[in-house]
Design a protein around this ligand. Sequence first.
Ligand SMILES: [Zn+2]
Length: 99
Amino acid sequence: MIPKKIKVESGALVILWSGGMENSIKLTNLRYNCPCALCAEQKEKEGNSYIPIYNEKEISIADMKTIGSYALGITWRDGHNTGIYNYELLYTLASDGKN
Ligand SMILES: [Zn+2]
């Protein structure tokens, strides 16, 4: 699935897919699932005791850009910009029912 349109609305990333379906991912969920090595390492280090505590800047998007034809790069307002979300991950997050 390829996104046709992506926008931020009421604290969520709303994606219109090439197939015509539209769904969304809460920004808190998006940030929690940041696929970068830094975030993965922190989650792994803290294991079960990992509690996501976010301030406003960490769950606000400052900028987005597509990367090649397969991913979306997100810059959060706290400056975190190493997360590259491939479309497969976005589709999984948007479909997992946690939103
Ligand atoms: Zn990250």
